[in-house]
Design a protein around this ligand. Sequence first.
Ligand code: DX5
Ligand code: ZN
Length: 238
Amino acid sequence: MVQSESWVRNLIQDSPIIAPSLLAADFANLEQEVRKLEAANAKVLHVDVMDGHFVPNISIGVPVVAALRKITQLPLDVHLMISEPEKYIEAFRNAGADSLLVHIEVVPDPVDILKKIRDLGAAPGLVLNPSTPVDAVLPFVQYADIILTMSVQPGFGGQAFRPEVLDKVRVLKQNIRSDTILSIDGGINQETIAESAQAGIQLFVAGTSVFEAEDYQKRIEEFKAIIKHSNGTHQSSD
Ligand code: DX5
Ligand code: ZN
């Protein structure tokens, strides 16, 4: 578990960052998958928690985060697709989560929970679904270290990217602190990563497109090269 909240700030120096989403990993060989991602130079692991209520799917919970924590030092970026996140943030933090991302749709006034997450020593993050207007999060962006724009309806990996959400990313980019990181999740691949970077994304969650690759490192490097090529001016201009 990363003790200092500054890990997100340090991460920004390293951007662009590809965060493999373990939802697409081989769960029967999770440790081996983590070792392969470490060898591939992944800087963050994205962990999708689903409750079968906020989203129509059930994935993993606190014990798996704790198990991951035992085997890796990589920051665990924990995406809570759950209805009552306030009930569980302490347990996830104790299990080793380094960030806790909560959906604005279930916490329309997230100030208290974001402060609590920070008090617990994790990086607070806010998430918005494709159909949620950016205005819903704008009043709260100063309380979050990570703003995650969903580019698919949450619940399942392997869905098609929704480019219209990038309009929201562009608005967010104009309204966040320079030490807040913009993230995107859903349908990120070789075709969609460049336009996301151009909109201002620095942290790219990618499930299917990483785990379907024969060589994770090559795929991550390929993504970084596409971003650099398409977006060289953007990353250095602000
Ligand atoms: C979707 C999850 C994503 C998912 C992305 O609800 O939040 O993190 O794993 O998967 P891909 O990259 O396959 O769209
Ligand atoms: Zn996710």
